[in-house]
Design a binder for this molecule. Sequence first.
Ligand code: SF4
Ligand code: SF4
Length: 344
Amino acid sequence: MVNSQFQAKKLRYFIQGLFLAFILQLIWRRRLYGEASSIIPSPEAYCPFGGLESLYSFITSGLFIRHIHLSNLVVFIALLTTVIIGKSFFCGWICPVGTLQEWVRKVGRFMDRLPAVLYLRRRLRKSALLKTLDRVAINFKYLLLVYILLETSRLGALIFRSWDPYPGLISLGELRWTTGVYILLVILNLSLVTERPFCRYACPLGALIGVLGRLSLIKVTRNADNCIQCGLCHHKCPMGVNVKDYQRIGSTECISCLNCLEICPKRALELRVPKVKIPISKYLYVALVMIIFLGMINGAKYFNYWSTSGRYGSGKNAVIPQDVHDEGYSWSEIRGRRDQGGYK
Ligand code: SF4
Ligand code: SF4
């Protein structure tokens, strides 16, 4: 059992590392060959949130918002499909911002052994005020999601881009000190002391995945007959989900990391599809979701529904931006451009 736990955890770190390395090499190569390179796609072209942000514009006008390409939409659709099949696999296994936070927290765990930190953590854990604040703050990401979608649709511009830690990571790789870089650094510093702070409180994509994930087919399911209520699953959950209170883990906070499933001493947790008696092996689950995600992206490439170019718009409507503004737009610029008819 210990060996199987070790293997599954390793597999997750390996997959996280692969996706992070893919994005980092894109950032590095763009830096080497320059922004205007048509050979190296922008790492932003792989962000599924861009596909969601541009959805309204694409449906109503057939045009993507600036900085968004067909690839963003494809990755977003692939992501949605994985959510319907395998809940929040993207958050726990793929997202590079989630991976960075998780790995920084591992470094932070060394600090947890210091007596002063240990003492402080024990005190804070007991604080009722902190618990209440946490309960309120985890809802912020849902408000943020709604606000971003409404405002982006209304203004036709990526209002969250300047604040988003993912473009921040790209800017950091290019040694440009943008707001996103500072936000990313704040998040990584907080990650030293707490698990995935951005995922927990402020990730708008995570908010959507969490909500849609409630409909997901495959979920961690608890067999109450085997469960001895030891609470180890709760203790090991990076998102603080009280697994022993659920029959099927539909929590919007769950990132499908499978830590709980691995740690359970009674094998009371399994991956299951409702009404199907046989549980799904965690390796089959990973293989299935990965095949769907990568298969859809590569399928789109094969059938030529893929573009990561600097053009926005599609077909003969495509427009090459004349004044690419890498920092995003200030509020006055956004309003000014909207009043002049938007970006299209
Ligand atoms: S770790 Fe397993 S046995 Fe313990 S509370 Fe969780 S589900 Fe029940
Ligand atoms: S430990 Fe279990 S409940 Fe917690 S995030 Fe991972 S899969 Fe979800």
